[in-house]
Design a protein around this ligand. Structure first.
Ligand SMILES: C[S@@+](CC[C@H](N)C(=O)[O-])C[C@H]1O[C@@H](n2cnc3c(N)ncnc32)[C@H](O)[C@@H]1O
Length: 268
């Protein structure tokens, strides 16, 4: 039964992902429509043509607004706002035509899970990593998972002082995974860190004493259900910033950093 619920939860997530991308594209097109309308009105009723930077900003702001109206998370609006400015900015340089598709490909490889998984790429800061170390302190010879390791900053920071702990990171965004692989194997060389190019939904949390996640509000309910189902008594799930609706954490730790990060901890 629990497995079936998990499958339903994941199904909802997948549909949510496709829905988000579709809403992003519709908002982008509508933003273009508003900008074109302004251009047309300017041409028809004004003696001076509307300057291109104004049209570019209109596109960005309108698409950002539509994204909010379509209930997309805030970072989609940030992308809508920055995208036309960026394209306009680089079009001022005499660049070869293939540069634009290349930029889009690199962008998708970096922000893979923002596009397909509604999880953006933020990074845990050093102060929060120190706070995390306190939670890992009582666990000797433990196994710790960073579900979505990004550029492996957390794994590298924590593993430095804990050679007894085996750290595992999972990542599905290609570019952060490659960068992390290079950092781990060619620069830092930490034998107690293991990186897997893998979706964390396919990893059994039973193997871990601590699971750390810095994701987004979207997957939190399914993540908590998975942890509840798979993790052993005494193990902990730590979420950086994102709560599980209707499930109070056993502990909330306020980190003394600039963004006042909250670590939410559920004990199994
Ligand atoms: C907000 S970042 C956090 C990165 C890192 N844990 C940190 O705290 O610095 C979330 C990361 O999770 C990755 N991610 C999202 N969903 C994932 C999934 N289902 N499996 C593996 N990685 C995932 C994203 O690509 C992104 O790199």
């Amino acid at each position: 039964m629990a497995r079936r619920d998990d499958a339903i939860g994941r199904d909802r997530l997948v549909k949510g992902r496709i829905g988000a991308l579709a809403r992003f594209l519709v908002a982008l097109i509508l933003g273009g429509g508003v900008s074109f309308l302004l251009f047309w009105l300017g041409k028809r009723f004004s003696v001076i043509a509307i300057p291109i930077p104004i049209l570019v900003l209109t596109q960005g702001f309108a698409a950002a607004l539509f994204s909010r109206l379509f209930a997309l998370e805030w970072w989609w609006s940030a992308i809508q706002l920055l995208l036309p400015i960026f394209v306009f900015g680089i079009s001022a340089f005499p660049l070869p035509g293939w540069i634009f598709p290349l930029i889009i490909v690199v962008w998708v490889l970096v922000f893979w899970n923002s596009v397909f998984g509604r999880v953006p790429l933020f990074l845990t800061n050093a102060t929060t990593a120190k706070a995390l170390a306190q939670y890992i302190a009582p666990y000797r010879d433990a196994r710790v998972l960073d579900a979505g390791h990004g550029f492996a900053g957390v794994l590298l920071a924590l593993s430095k002082h804990r050679p007894d702990v085996h750290f595992v990171g999972c990542e599905t965004a290609p570019f952060p995974f490659i960068v992390s692989w290079v950092r781990l194997h060619m620069i830092f060389r930490r034998p107690n860190v293991e990186l897997r190019y893998r979706n964390f939904w396919d990893v059994n949390f039973r193997d871990f004493d601590v699971v750390y996640a810095f994701l987004s509000p979207t997957p939190m309910r399914a993540l908590h259900e998975k942890a509840n189902e798979e993790m052993r008594p005494g193990s902990i799930l730590i979420s950086n910033s994102f709560a599980v609706e209707g499930v109070t954490p056993d502990e909330t730790f306020c980190v003394d950093d600039r963004r006042k990060t909250r670590l939410l901890i559920w004990r199994m």
